[in-house]
Design a protein around this ligand. Structure first.
Ligand code: GLN
Ligand code: ZN
Length: 775
């Protein structure tokens, strides 16, 4: 067996977030294009040199991007919508950034992404497969022409060669590119394949002419459900590309899941290698190792590129040696499962974590070491027996808490129903709260002003004492409550000023979570996040929100919602331990949140909102896996929410608008009230709630919080009117699409005042007879 090591992609952001700062300096006019491009060039050089130092045989190039690799591909092939005023040739930086962020209309939300408004809007953004990375969705149309504006992979290959580093350039494959694109005219993006392939062919030819020997072409869409027709397109495309550049070796990279029914297609392509995701592959890799033709290099994505744990290298080495014993003729490459884009850069920076915990972690830099060590181990080099082989994690008492295991055991077979059905609950809740029809409320957070952020950071640095900080937050909270009362909202919130982030706030108070200082991961563009790391059994040592709720409720006679983040959202936005099934970790979190729900109820909270903002985004890539996920996700929510009295009203919130395919799960959550994002879809998404006769109460968002625009009264009344065409008036709440933390008070104030007026106007009309009858 020949054994080599490879990487598929390295984080672009820089160990100290150099790229973010360079981008922001450029965008705000504090630096020029040359300065930005210089930082980018230095980062690429550093990354290549690091990978060379770590002993990687195959180092990627063109994995770098100033903003997003899908946008890079779109601009490279000339897929630039008309509004951006591109007239051919190399796409300049300002056009590129206009596509990423919009132009002239100032970036308005905290995300820095311009979703519309004046000027040119940015392209739409969406999640890259099941990661928390977001790409810009290319916009195509039936008459779309493609042209090579700039051979980016070639430029990167040559740039690395200048530095004496031979690389394997990365391209996003044509099938995945089209699969991820949208068309503006309802046409099929795949109809454009015949026009796109010549551009790819030319890229490959030019690479081949420059004596590039291998390219990596990413086709993660092979981990999705594809139609027979799509599989045919994969076949014919790669045949075309092979003919164009027969000398060039293609490593076809698949990742994020097993190939399933796409496997046969993948194995039959005229390429030189196949990369598969071993960590997500459900053991499929063992079959592949048995049947893969020896002409194909088998790249084993065996080091998890989606998580932060050190691998058990001795076990992995044994598995590779077993393949070697069976198939000595195979050429094997050891690689991360996918690009390392999805993990932070260097665990060594986390000096605030204790040595033991840090020794369990493997970020991008450590993963490169693991890959090299693994090769040495398989090669029988004794020197590899070092600290990388010790892993105390699995047996550590810090990881395993018998009390948590015992509680989980007691859940088996329990159905987590509320005490009574919804109709009975609704009756006692109406009695208790005496709310008007169309009650108004908000989703939880109020603007996180510069003052709030300043105080938080001063407190973090010790410049503000605990007491001073608490006093400051209490003042903000009290003001927000007084203002809500003044404008006549019916159900109030405390404003979440004490929360840095809806997941971190809870994670910091739960056992089993660790937080990092420098472990940034790109979410999109210059927006990076530091996900919590769940390393051990989760429990709740003490109440997390009760004293804030008590303070808030003491300010008002109106109902004050208790505000919690749900277990599925906490799970989906964290790095999760890999030694337990995700559903088990989720149930542990659910038990902790359930404890909080019970404590809030004991303290007198009559309404408790459990946000599940990220429930939908946890859906598996393959439809066949959806039901299992939805079952445990819903069960986790019910674990939190079921152990309360009928008169306690459970709310949930979801900030997205696609419910069609998960409606049964939403119904099964059995929240008394659900608030959702609907304002932009003009309430159309309520159709599914209507069709399914969704029985519980619902607050369809009437105020688009993604825009600074203040909706007027009639506009929100129209939306409510549309909602009443679909749902019973008695079911409806009136609220914004989501929390208001990224907005400014001078937008929020008039918008919510208008919202209250819009609700009042509906009340004046009262319920129609039909609404009353069906209620
Ligand atoms: N309660 C949270 C807030 O209002 C919910 C945020 C979200 O759904 N993303 O900010
Ligand atoms: Zn939301």
């Amino acid at each position: 067996m020949t054994l080599t090591t490879a990487n598929l992609g390295f984080p672009r952001i820089g160990k100290h977030r150099e790229l973010k700062f360079a981008l922001e300096a450029y965008w705000t006019g504090k630096s020029d294009q040359a300065a930005l491009l210089d930082v980018a060039r230095q980062l690429r050089a550093k990354n290549w040199q690091l990978q060379a130092r770590k002993g990687l045989d195959i180092i990627p190039s063109n994995d770098f991007s100033l903003y997003d690799h899908v946008l890079d591909t779109a601009t490279m092939v000339g897929a630039i919508p008309a509004g951006y005023h591109w007239h051919g040739g190399k796409v300049d930086l300002d056009t590129y950034f206009a596509m990423a962020r919009g132009a002239t209309g100032q970036a308005h939300s905290a995300c820095g992404h311009n979703h519309g408004g004046e000027g040119v809007a940015a392209l739409e953004m969406t999640k890259w497969f099941d990661t928390n990375y977001h790409y810009l969705v290319p916009e195509l149309h039936a008459a779309q022409q493609f042209v090579l504006t700039e051979n980016r992979p070639l430029a990167a290959f040559l740039e690395a060669r200048e530095l004496g580093i031979h690389t394997r350039p990365v391209l996003l494959g044509p099938i995945t590119f089209l699969k991820l694109s949208k068309t503006t005219d309802g046409s099929d993006a795949f109809d454009l394949l015949g026009r796109l392939l010549p551009v790819y062919a030319r890229i490959l030819q030019e690479l081949s002419d420059a004596s590039c020997d291998w390219v990596q072409i990413d086709e993660p869409c092979l981990a999705l459900d594809l139609s027979d027709g799509e599989r045919e397109l994969v076949k014919s495309s790669y045949a075309t590309l092979f003919q164009a550049a027969p000398e060039l070796n293609v490593m076809l990279a698949t990742y994020f899941g097993p190939l399933g029914e796409n496997l046969k297609t993948a194995l039959g392509l005229p390429v030189s290698g196949l990369h598969i995701d071993v960590t997500r592959g459900k053991e499929e890799w063992k079959t592949i190792a048995e049947i893969i033709p020896a002409r194909l290099t088998l790249s084993l994505g065996i080091i998890d590129g989606r998580n932060v744990w050190r691998a058990d290298l001795a076990d992995l080495a044994r598995a590779i040696s077993d393949i070697n014993a069976e198939r000595p003729e195979l050429h094997i490459q050891i690689a991360p499962s996918c690009s390392l884009l999805h993990v932070p850069i260097d665990a060594e920076l986390e000096t605030d974590l204790d040595d033991e915990l840090r020794s369990w972690l493997s970020f991008a830099t450590q993963k490169l070491e693991e890959i090299s060590t693994l090769r040495d181990l398989v090669d029988g080099k004794v020197g590899a027996i070092d600290r990388l082989l010790e892993n105390t994690r699995h047996h550590s008492p810090r990881v395993n808490d018998p009390a948590v295991a015992k509680r989980l055991g007691e859940l088996v077979g329990v159905t987590h129903n509320r005490k009574s059905g919804f109709a009975e609950r609704q009756a006692v809740q109406e009695q208790r709260f005496q709310l008007p029809l169309f009650p108004t409320t908000t989703i939880g957070s109020f603007p996180q002003t510069p003052e709030v952020r300043k105080a938080r950071s001063a407190h973090g640095k010790g410049a503000l004492s605990d007491n001073q900080y608490r006093t400051f937050l209490e003042k903000e909270t009290a003001n927000a409550i007084r203002w809500q009362e003044d404008i006549g909202l019916d159900v109030l919130v405390h404003g979440e000023f004490e929360r840095n982030d809806m997941v971190q706030y809870f994670g910091e108070q739960l056992s089993g979570f660790a937080f990092t200082k420098h472990a940034w991961v790109q979410s999109y563009g210059s927006r990076y996040v530091r996900p919590p790391i769940i390393y051990g059994d989760v429990s709740r040592p003490q109440s997390m929100t009760v004293s804030w709720w008590q303070f808030a409720q003491a300010q008002t006679d109106k109902p004050m919602k208790g505000m919690l983040t749900g277990p599925v959202t906490i799970l989906n936005w964290s790095f999760v331990r890999d030694d337990l099934p995700r559903e088990t970790v989720c149930r542990q979190i659910a038990l902790a949140i359930r404890d909080e729900v019970i404590d809030l109820e004991k303290a007198g909270a009559g309404m408790i909102q459990i946000d599940e903002a990220a429930l939908r985004e946890g859906l598996p890539l393959r439809k066949a896996d959806w039901q299992y996920y939805l079952d445990w996700a819903v069960e986790s929510f019910r674990i939190c929410a079921s152990d309360v009295a009928d008169e306690t009203q459970i709310h949930t919130h979801m900030c997205y608008s696609e419910f069609n395919d998960i409606m049964d799960a939403i119904t099964a959550m059995d929240a008394d009230v659900i608030s959702i994002e609907t304002s932009r879809s003009k309430m159309e998404l309520l159709d599914v709630f209507k069709d399914q006769a969704y029985p519980n109460e619902i607050g369809p968002g009437v105020y688009d919080i993604h825009s600074p625009r203040v909706p007027d009264i009639s506009e929100m009344q129209n939306l409510l009117h549309l909602a009443r065409q679909r749902l019973n008036g008695r079911q409806l709440w009136v609220n914004p699409d989501c929390g208001l933390k990224t907005r400014k008070w001078d937008e929020v104030k008039p918008a919510l005042m208008n919202m209250v007026e819009a609700a009042k106007a509906q009340r004046n009309g009262d319920l129609t007879t039909k609404e009353r009858k069906t209620a």
